[in-house]
Design a protein around this ligand. Structure first.
Ligand code: GDP
Ligand code: MG
Length: 359
């Protein structure tokens, strides 16, 4: 899973990227001509992996992974139109979800026009930019279709595509994001290849200064009307990553923060995006895997390796909760909590799987 960090320039994207990943990217790299995104993979914090490692004493422990991409800053509205460069656009398209950073702090380095912060306005700017980006894609495609049709290359499928794109075009032109609820499954399939930005799950990270952090209930309430939101004190969180754990723990307590930014954000994103973890265990390796809620045993197998999906026979399955309650696998079996499941089995959060397969 891959989260793209977007926002206006100087909203604190790189600061938060550093806080989340423990990287130490200088804050002004993009001003100096850097155009490729900062990318880092981090472990998904997971107590269950720790407990399983304790139990199985494997040679290797592998946590779930989540990737963060910090894109080049979008210029603020007063410096010009077309906030996304085509290069960052192409990259943002690959994100599974977008984290929209809103600046809620003042800074001497920011010019007068950007001072004081106006997170609601910034949110509007980015949202309309996402809409605009989708509109551009649709317009191009519609032109192409019109051309094809005028050359007599009409097919029922092409006409259907034209229909659904026109429908979306109208919605977007009114400033609305694309809403799948307005589309039937055939229409949804027809547009899935475009990877429209307004279709991506999006949540807001309100980047507040240390003084106001935790004291923005009104603002948060307003943002909540349209978006899921989590508040960070970006600067503070970034500095925490440079401290020794004990020292950091003390600062965290003083700020009234319960967990590190990474822990809070990943838990928030998992919940919001409907992700969950299953596990594989053994002498060699204890490992966490990420899938979507509702995914089948077959999909879980394919996440581990395509061969396991191709040659899937059965999934040996028990749940972490039963294992911890009963103490070991033997007891789990004795108590009838160890099962063999088929392809269609819906994997539960915390399931421990061993795929029987044959290639
Ligand atoms: N006071 C304060 N300053 C911040 C915070 N987050 C970022 N900044 C400052 O804002 C400026 C821009 O930050 P940066 O992360 O480079 O923003 P980006 O352009 O969105 O990547 C830097 O000078 C940061 O030190 C914050 O939470 N509080
Ligand atoms: Mg930056």
């Amino acid at each position: 899973m891959n989260i793209g960090i977007i926002g206006l320039e100087k909203s604190g994207k790189t600061t938060i990227f550093n806080a989340l990943t423990g990287a130490a990217i200088p804050l002004d790299t993009f001003n100096e001509g850097k155009t490729e995104p900062n990318i880092a993979q981090v472990d998904v914090p997971d107590e269950r992996v720790e407990v399983l490692t304790e139990m199985y004493k494997p040679k290797k422990t592998v946590y779930g992974k989540i990737e963060f991409n910090d894109f080049i800053g979008l210029k603020s509205a007063d410096t010009g139109k077309g906030l996304f460069t085509s290069q960052s656009m192409a990259l943002i398209k690959n994100s599974d979800a977008l984290a929209l950073i809103l600046r809620n702090f003042s800074h001497e380095s920011l010019n007068a026009a950007m001072y004081p912060p106006d997170p609601l306005k910034d949110m509007e700017i980015i949202r309309s930019e996402l809409v605009l980006s989708d509109l551009v894609i649709i317009e191009k495609r519609l032109e192409r279709i019109t051309k094809d049709l005028s050359r007599g290359r009409s097919t029922p499928l092409l006409l259907k595509e034209q229909g659904v794109l026109e429908k979306i075009n109208t919605l977007l032109s009114e400033g609305n994001p694309i809403n799948l609820e307005n589309l039937n499954s055939e229409e949804q399939k027809l547009i899935s290849g475009f990877r429209f930005l307004t279709l991506k799950p999006l949540f807001v990270i309100l980047n507040s200064d240390e003084q106001s952090y935790g004291n923005n209930p009104e603002l948060i309430k307003t943002i909540e009307e349209t978006s899921h939101i989590i508040e960070f004190a970006g600067n503070f969180e970034m500095e925490l990553t440079t401290l020794e754990p004990e020292e950091a723990a003390e600062f965290i307590k003083d700020m009234g923060i319960t967990e590190s930014a990474r822990k809070r954000l990943i838990a928030f994103a998992f919940d919001l995006l409907g992700y969950m973890s299953f596990y594989t265990v053994g002498e060699d390796e204890v490992r966490a895997w990420t899938i979507n809620k509702g995914d089948t045993a077959l999909i879980a197998a394919g996440t581990i390796h395509t061969d396991l999906a191709k040659g899937f026979i059965r999934a040996e399955c028990f749940n972490y909760a039963d294992l911890v309650e009963l103490g070991n696998e033997k007891e789990v079996k004795k108590n009838g909590k160890w099962r063999l499941e088929g392809k269609e089995y819906i994997v539960r959060d915390g399931d421990i799987l061993n795929i029987r397969f044959n290639v």
